[in-house]
Every structure is written in C-alpha cells, then in structure tokens.
Design a binder for this molecule. Structure first.
Ligand code: GLU
Length: 326
C-alpha cells in the first residue's frame, strides 16, 4: 500500500539550533533533512518530502517571507500532500500560526511545531514535537481544522494558542479554551469537533503597517499622538483589563479612529474585552463611542495580524465581523 504524502519545511528556530562555536550560544544550523533524520520511524508512516526554507530565529521572520512559505505549502497540497508540517522558532509561533490560519484555504492540515530545547541540550524536545506534528498532519481527524500548533504532546488551534512561558517545556497554552487535542500513545485524540473558520484573501499589498501599543500605568501619550504622522495604517492597543485606557489617551484615540482602524484588545493574556459594562472616560463603552473596535477574545498580537491582513486586502470595513471570535 502506498504511504500518504507529507511535506515538511524548516524555517529555523531552536529546533534547528546547534553550537557552532563553543561558548557563543546556539544558532540556527540544522537543515530540515537532518531534523527528519532524528525521527526514522516517520518513514513507516509517510512518503516525506522536506525542504529547508530558512535558517532564522523566529523573531526575524516577517509577513512577506511567511506569504512565500504559504505559497510553498499551497503547492505541496496541489502536489498531493495530505498535510504539511513547518518547524520554526517558538518566539513568534503563535503569530505565524494566526497569519497562516487566516489564509489557509484547504481542508488538509497545516501543522506548526518547534522546540524549547535545542539539540545541544539534554532532553531536547525537537524530535518528539516533530514526530507528533507529523502524526497530527497525517491524521484524517485533523482535516478542516486549519492551522494548528503541536508542542509538548498538545494540539492547539492557531487562533487560541499563546506562548505563555519563556523557557519551560510546557511553553504553550490556549487560555480560556485549552488545547484542542492531545497525542496519546502515538495516536491523535481531539477533544472537540472542528469549528467554523474565517478565511481571508491573500493581501494584495504588504507595505502597510499596523502599530501595536500597550497601555501602562502613568504612560505618556507621545507615541500615540504621533501614530498618524508616522504613517501607520491601523492601530492596536493592548488595553488594561476589559479593554480600557487612561482618560488622557481618549482624545488622541478618537482623532486616530477617524482616519485609520483602531482596535482595543486586552493586555491580560486571557479573557475578552467588554462591550457594555463600564462607562468611565477611557472605558470600553467610551472608546467604542469614539470609533474604536473591541477585539473580544483576540489578543493584541493576533489582532494586529488580523488588521494587517484586512487592510492588505481592503477589507478593513469588515473588521467587526472578524473580531470577538476566539
Ligand atoms: N525559544 C525560541 C525557539 O524556540 C528562541 C528562538 C526562536 O524563536 O527562533 O526557537
């Protein structure tokens, strides 16, 4: 019997890192092919094609390069792959997953993974995560689930996952909803059925920029007041609590919202913005009156990606339709 086709690409990150010069720290070095050599059992599960698309720390990935990765992944599905796996650094994994999920227009799964410990460290988690990611990409139950992140035996939906620990092996979680599935005894077990997804067109332009500012106690408004002058096309504010800012920011937000979309998310790391609870100056009700939109459960970083995609395909007027969904 022919084994299913699986496509794997590596972009860099800790999973690809090794020591090149003693004492100089690990850097991206290892090719996709070498990564696959660490999981020989995959050969019994799939016909695997592998490419090294990059060797970067994930902080240095950008939207343009990820659109190229998307084109590569689309081609793999066209060539008959039942699923695609991409390895990258974990620092921006939640953002990459979100961007690709909004653009992934296939029933076949796209699975992202990485590692918290490089191959230079005892207990390196890269091989286990990669094999788990491949199992998820090959599982028939993974269809119609869009982009998912597989780390440390858990499967997370792209829209919910966040890196919530900087160094721990259990670095990823999906606040409020939890993981969508687990890997148990080498099998893929989902806890919930697939949900409705929002798919956007690939942006026609990529030169626009969305600013992300975080509200903080006793902050000045210097950056905020210069957002329009600096040429930004949209603004996301990681607001206090349920989507609030200080009173001294409100006039500037109102002026900006007349020109470009302004989204207020919560900086809390979990939970939703409110809609109709607080009425003080700088509250969610006040900011909506001034023209801002509330992000709901979408975290500030993911809201910035959503807004960048919407502006890029001239769909910013539909913003409200895409917010509030977890
Ligand atoms: N901890 C990160 C990683 O898992 C550091 C480097 C990066 O994000 O590329 O890969």
């Amino acid at each position: 019997m022919d084994l299913p086709k699986l496509a794997v690409a590596s972009l860099g990150g800790t999973v690809s890192m090794q020591v090149k010069t003693v004492g100089a720290g690990v850097i991206p070095t290892v090719s996709g092919e070498t990564l696959l050599a660490s999981i020989p059992e995959l050969k019994t599960l799939a016909q695997v094609s592998v490419e090294t698309l990059g060797l970067l720390p994930s902080a240095s990935l950008n939207f343009e390069s990820l659109l190229s990765v998307l084109s590569w992944a689309n081609l793999q599905i066209q060539y008959g792959a039942v699923g695609v796996v991409i390895t990258q650094g974990t620092d921006t994994l939640e953002e990459t997953a979100t961007l690709l999920d909004y653009l992934w227009d296939h029933d076949a799964p796209l699975v992202l993974t990485g590692a918290m410990r490089s191959a230079a460290q005892a207990g390196a988690d890269g091989p286990a995560n990669l094999l788990d990611a491949c199992r998820v990409a090959l599982a028939p139950d993974s269809r119609r689930r869009g982009v998912q992140v597989v780390m440390n035996g858990q499967i997370h939906a792209a829209h919910a996952v966040r890196k919530t620990d900087s160094m721990a092996l259990q670095a990823f979680s999906s606040p409020v909803v939890g993981p969508v599935g687990h890997l148990l005894e080498d099998s893929v077990r989902y806890l919930r059925p697939p949900t409705q997804r929002n798919i956007l067109p690939v942006p026609q332009q990529t030169t626009h920029a969305i600013a992300l500012l975080e509200a903080s106690l006793s902050a000045d408004s210097l950056l905020l007041e210069n957002i329009l002058k600096l040429g930004y096309d949209g603004l996301v504010i990681a607001g206090f609590g349920a989507g609030h800012v200080c009173a001294s920011w409100t006039e500037a937000i109102e002026a900006i919202a007349q020109k470009i979309p302004v989204v207020i998310a919560t900086r809390c790391g979990s939970g939703s913005t409110a809609r109709s609870t607080y009425g003080f100056k700088g509250s969610e009700m006040d900011l909506v009156r001034r023209g801002a939109s509330m992000a709901g459960f979408i975290c500030p970083r993911k809201a910035r990606i959503l807004l960048w995609l919407l502006v890029g395909c001239q769909k910013q007027d539909d913003l409200g339709r895409y917010l509030h969904n977890l």
